[in-house]
Structures are given as structure tokens and as C-alpha cells.
Design a protein around this ligand. Structure first.
Ligand SMILES: [Zn+2]
Length: 185
């Protein structure tokens, strides 16, 4: 027999004025997270500035039937400068959802005294001692990509990201060509 449902999980997003929109009601926390992440990845065109995942007790009498499990705040990305950088909780984790950037900050899973940050678009990772240093690490990565030596070849960060994008597409295209060659031979 299945366990009776005791809690439901509700991802909620809010605009600067505090107007809230529920994204659904789920029986598992994982589903609520999946829906929230999917929303954040498309949030670029919305004016949503914050989000949270709330657990609600079922058949609970009283005012304290809900508990906020996670909160998200939107800010400018230290790398690509798009308004797609979402900070989780009190700076516990952060990620840029701009598809061509993906910069992130996270506490190391095995060593809590260590923080990691990265910029997948450039294949860069760094370690840091805390969130603030990790954030500075991302700013430094961006500075490096636009610094003297590289600016000759890459006039702007945007152009540089475009370049990376093109490289990736070229690789994909080559794989595809190789595959179709095999198929037609
Ligand atoms: Zn970014």
C-alpha cells in the first residue's frame, strides 16, 4: 500500500511588486524542483525576480502549516551580465541560466570549507574559500576573457561567447557529417 500523502510541494515565483504565481502542486519535492528549474531556465523574458519552494502539511490545523524549503533571487550574472543569475537561499548556491553562459557557484559536496565556481562556456573552474570569493572568481574569469591578449581576437565578451557557440556547432556538425557519411557508404 502506498504511504498516505502528508505534504505537498509548491514552487512559487514573484514579481518585484510581490505578485505571486504558483507553478503547480506536487506530491514530491523533486518534481517541485524540476518545475522550478525549468521555469528559471526560461525566466529571461519574464519580470519574475524571486522564487521559492514551499512544503505544505496536509490536514494541518493552524497557521504554521507551511515551510519554505528554498528561495531564489534573480540578479545580473558576473560573467555574461544577463539578468539570468539565480542565487539560492543566503548565497548557498548560484547559477546563470543563460544557455550560452551557465556560470555557477556551489559549496563543495565533500569539503564544506571549499567552494567551487565555473564557467562551462569557457571550460573554466576555480576553487574558493567562500561564496564571495567564488563570485569574485567569476568576475576574474570574465576579466581574463576580455583582457589585453584576448581582446584583439575577441572584441567583446558577446563575440567571444558567439565564437564558443560556433565552435560547438562546428563540432556537432562534423559529428553529424561523419555519421551521415557512414550511413551513406
Ligand atoms: Zn551568465
Amino acid at each position: 500500500m502506498e504511504e498516505p500523502l502528508k505534504q505537498v510541494f509548491v514552487p512559487v515565483v514573484a514579481t518585484p511588486g510581490g505578485e505571486k504565481t504558483q507553478l503547480g502542486v506536487f506530491s514530491t519535492e523533486q518534481d517541485a524542483w524540476d518545475v522550478m528549474r525549468a521555469f528559471l531556465s526560461r525566466a529571461g523574458s519574464t519580470n519574475v525576480v524571486s522564487g521559492s519552494i514551499v512544503a505544505w502539511e496536509i490536514d494541518y490545523v493552524g497557521e504554521e502549516g507551511s515551510l519554505e524549503l528554498a528561495a531564489f533571487d534573480r540578479t545580473n550574472c558576473p560573467v555574461c551580465d544577463e539578468l539570468t543569475f539565480w542565487v539560492e537561499g543566503e548565497e548557498e548556491k548560484a547559477r546563470c541560466y543563460y544557455p550560452r553562459c551557465g556560470a555557477w557557484i556551489e559549496q563543495n559536496a565533500y569539503d564544506p570549507s571549499r567552494w567551487d565556481c565555473g564557467w562551462p562556456a569557457a571550460n573554466w573552474d576555480k576553487r574558493a574559500e567562500d561564496y564571495q570569493h567564488a563570485f569574485k572568481g567569476l568576475v576574474a574569469m570574465r576579466a581574463q576573457s576580455t583582457s589585453a591578449g584576448m581582446t584583439d581576437r575577441m572584441p567583446s565578451r558577446e563575440a567571444w561567447l558567439d565564437e564558443k557557440d560556433r565552435e560547438r556547432r562546428t563540432i556537432q556538425q562534423k559529428k553529424f557529417d561523419a555519421m551521415s557519411d557512414e550511413m551513406t557508404e
